[in-house]
Design a binder for this molecule. Structure first.
Ligand code: SAM
Length: 279
C-alpha cells in the first residue's frame, strides 16, 4: 500500500505490466508517490478543476493528481503498453480518470475538458517545449487553462524564467513572461527518475495572466523578438535591419539604443517596439 492511495506501489505495477522504459518515448518515470503528490500540489488547488495530464506513463503523477482532489483527469498517453495500468487507476477512481491513447502533438486535448482547467505534465523535453509554445500562443487570450505545471530539463526551465542580461534570456522567456507568471517551483536530480536521465530537471509553474503585461500584437512581437534573437550577438540596428525601412529611428522612438543587443532589452521595450512597428 502506498502513502497516497490503496493502489499497489509503482515498481509492482511496472513489473506486472512489463513497462520497461523506452528511450525513444523519453520514458523516465517517477516512482516515489510522495514526490508525484508533491508535484500535483504544486499545480495549485485541484478541487473542482479538470486536469489535463500529458504522458502519464504508469500513472504515478496521475495518482497524485487524483489523490489531491482533481474533479476529473484526462490523461493522454502515446504508449499503448501503459493503458492497462492506467485502467486500474481509473477503476479505483470511478468517473474521474479518462485515458486517451494518442500523440498529444497530433490532437487538441483541451477540447475534451471543461474550465477551470489546469495542465500538468512530466514529458519528454522536446515534446514539452513544443506543447508549452502551443499553450502560450492560443488564438485568443486569456487561454482556456489557468495554469501549466511542467517538468523540463533544468536548462530549459531556466530559459523560461530568465531575465534580461543573462545567457538564458531569449524568445522562450519573452513568450512565457509576456502573458503568464512563470516560476521554477521544484528542482530534481537525475536520481529522482527511473531510469535516471543525464541532466537535472525542474518543474516550472506558469499562471495565465488575465491580459498581457504590456500591449502588443502577438504576431508582430513574435516577428521582432525572433529577428532580434536570431542574431543575438549583433546590435539591434543590424539584427532588425530587414524589419522596417528606418529601424534606427523606430528603435529610438521605442526608447531603445540602436547599438543595444537583444539580450539587454526587456519585455516592456520589445512591446513598445512591436506597437510602433504595427503602427
Ligand atoms: N508521467 C510519468 C511519470 O512522471 O513517471 C511518465 C513520465 S515520462 C518522462 C514521459 C511519458 O510521456 C511516457 O509515458 C511517454 O510514453 C509519454 N509520451 C511521450 N511522447 C508523448 C506524446 N507525444 N504524447 C503523449 N505521451 C507521450
Amino acid at each position: 500500500m502506498s502513502a497516497i492511495d490503496s493502489l499497489p506501489p509503482l515498481r509492482e505495477v511496472i513489473a506486472r505490466h512489463e513497462l520497461s522504459a523506452r528511450k525513444a518515448l523519453g520514458q523516465n518515470f517517477i516512482l516515489d508517490l510522495n514526490l508525484t503528490a508533491r508535484i500535483a500540489r504544486l499545480a495549485g488547488d485541484l478541487a473542482g478543476v479538470d486536469v489535463l495530464e500529458v504522458g502519464p506513463g504508469p500513472g504515478g503523477l496521475t495518482r497524485g493528481l487524483l489523490a489531491m482532489g482533481a474533479r476529473r483527469v484526462l490523461a493522454v498517453e502515446k504508449d499503448p503498453r501503459c493503458l492497462p495500468a492506467l485502467a486500474e487507476i481509473a477503476a479505483a477512481y470511478p468517473g474521474r480518470l479518462e485515458v486517451l491513447h494518442a500523440d498529444a502533438l497530433a490532437i487538441d486535448p483541451l477540447a475534451y475538458l471543461n474550465p477551470p482547467i489546469r495542465i500538468v505534465a512530466n514529458l519528454p523535453y522536446n515534446v514539452g517545449t513544443e506543447l508549452l509554445v502551443r499553450w502560450l500562443t492560443p488564438p485568443i487570450w486569456p487561454p482556456v487553462w489557468q495554469s501549466l505545471t511542467l517538468m523540463f530539463q533544468r536548462e530549459v526551465a531556466e530559459r523560461i524564467v530568465a531575465k534580461p542580461g543573462s545567457e538564458a534570456y531569449g524568445r522562450l522567456a519573452l513568450l512565457a513572461q509576456w502573458r503568464s507568471d512563470a516560476r521554477i517551483v521544484l528542482s530534481l536530480p537525475p536520481e529522482a527518475f527511473t531510469p535516471p536521465p543525464k541532466v537535472h530537471s525542474a518543474v516550472v509553474h506558469l499562471t495565465a495572466l488575465a491580459a498581457p503585461r504590456f500591449a502588443a500584437d502577438p504576431a508582430v512581437l513574435n516577428r521582432v523578438v525572433a529577428a532580434a534573437f536570431n542574431q543575438r550577438r549583433k546590435m539591434l540596428r543590424s539584427a532588425l535591419r530587414g524589419i522596417a525601412p528606418d529601424i534606427e529611428s523606430v528603435l529610438v522612438a521605442a526608447g531603445i539604443a540602436p547599438t543595444a543587443r537583444a539580450e539587454e532589452i526587456g519585455l516592456e521595450q520589445f512591446c513598445a517596439l512591436a506597437r510602433l512597428l504595427k503602427g
